[in-house]
Design a binder for this molecule. Structure first.
Ligand SMILES: Cc1ncc(COP(=O)(O)O)c(C=O)c1O
Length: 404
């Protein structure tokens, strides 16, 4: 047999690069990880999940392990429907699709709505997981800036008007994160939600509303989803990853029956893990959800506060940020000359990881920003991590001899 393996030409749309930030997300045990939005492993409901998995097998038996499942998928959909009502989403028949995490729902939406060369509009900054999906779909991506009230919808409207006047392509899809933005930490105002939904109808595009952090509200109330203002032109997404555990791999989409049917076709006959759904359905018998959520909120709010206090102690006015009312991230703005990617390596050497801002943009920008995540580490590590991060910054400043 010949052992010579010829180079294989993979399709160009298949990414040939490590996931964004992988190099920075060191697995070294001496590096405090402030880079990724990984939920705290200490917050997983281990005992209840064990009981739920046992009950799924003992009570649902063969069905839980077959292709179709038993009552689990229906009960999970009921739960999704009840929680959606908190955001003024009223879910009718055929409007829910349970997926392998919300990342799969982003992929299915992109595949259902986009032809290669179609235009997708995103926020600047935005979530790189979605961007890589849109790139794989061979979309043309354009971004619009955020301010403290979320995506600047006036600019979106101006660009839509200009596209019509100049005969340029309109977007097929606008991707946005209305609550506790990743990485921006901000939330979209109610007026802008309503305005955006109106534009989607007027200019005939879909909004992909990614609400992965929906339940993790530390201050204030649940706001009505963009979906509630435009159920025929919005696909709402959320996930169990941040409230139960990402390893469960269950997320969901809510949309018009037509779009859900199109998205569902990508399952090619199978569906999201019925066993996971049986376990989640059982879990709600063993875990009082509101108490569990209160515990998560108390924990993550305290982690956020430690990070905020330490950032202020370490940086004073030298770095700007808005305190997020929920979610996992603090988005830092350094003086304009700073290039955060230039101290990622020093930070790792000093024992902390973070993501430089440039990784959250589709154009070459964002160097003066950085994202820190307070979700994974305990309070002591967050404090120590921010101290190391500040040391890396001071070291960089001395190295580059710049005065900011
Ligand atoms: C904004 C956003 N959307 C989607 C996801 C993907 O989550 P899931 O685990 O449900 O696929 C993440 C994960 O971090 C996220 O931050």
């Amino acid at each position: 047999m010949t052992s010579h393996v010829q180079p294989f030409q993979f399709p160009k749309r298949v990414p040939d690069a490590p996931p964004v930030g992988a190099a920075q997300a060191s697995t070294r045990s001496d590096v405090i990880p402030l880079s990724y939005g990984t939920p705290s492993s200490e917050a997983f409901p281990y005992t209840e999940l064990q009981a739920a998995a046992t009950a799924a097998i003992l009570q649902e038996g063969q069905d839980a392990l077959q292709y179709a499942g038993s009552l689990g998928p229906t009960r999970v959909q009921q739960w999704i429907t009840e929680r959606a009502a908190l955001r003024s989403i009223h879910v009718g028949q055929g409007r829910v699709l349970v997926t392998y995490g919300s990342q799969q729902a982003i992929d299915f939406a992109a595949r259902a709505l986009l032809e290669p060369g179609d235009h997708v509009w995103v926020e600047a900054p935005t979530y790189f997981g979605a961007v890589s999906t849109f790139k794989t779909a061979e979309a043309v991506i354009t971004s619009f800036p955020l301010d403290e009230d979320g995506i600047q919808v006036d600019q979106v409207e101006a660009a839509l008007q200009e596209a019509v006047q100049q005969g340029k392509p309109l977007p097929k899809l606008l991707y946005c994160m209305p609550n506790f933005h990743n990485p921006g930490g901000v939330s979209l105002s109610i007026e802008r939600r309503e305005h955006l939904a109106r534009l989607a109808y007027e200019y005939n595009f879909f909004i992909l509303e990614d609400d992965a952090y929906a339940e993790l509200v530390y201050e204030g109330q649940h706001l009505p989803a963009i979906y509630s203002f435009g159920p025929e032109r919005v696909i709402y997404l959320s996930s169990f990853s941040k409230i139960i555990a990402p390893g469960i791999r269950l997320g969901w989409a809510i949309g018009s029956p037509t779009v859900i049917r199109h998205m569902n076709s990508f399952f090619q006959g199978s569906k999201a893990s019925v066993f996971s759904q049986e376990i989640v359905a059982q879990l709600f018998n063993h875990l009082p959800f509101n108490e569990h959520l209160d515990q998560l909120i108390t924990r993550y709010r305290a982690s956020r506060d430690v990070m905020v206090t330490t950032l202020r102690e370490q940086f004073g006015d030298e770095v700007q940020f808005q305190i997020p009312d929920g979610g996992f991230f603090i988005w830092l703005t350094f003086p304009t000359n700073v290039r955060t990617s230039e101290f990622v390596k020093t930070a790792a050497d000093l024992g902390v990881s973070f993501l430089p801002g440039s990784q959250f943009f589709v154009t070459p920008e964002g160097e003066q920003h950085a994202r820190l995540s307070f979700s994974y580490c305990n309070a002591e590590d967050i404090q120590q991590g921010v101290i190391r991060f500040a040391e890396a910054y001071r070291n960089y400043k001395n190295r580059t001899q710049q005065h900011y």
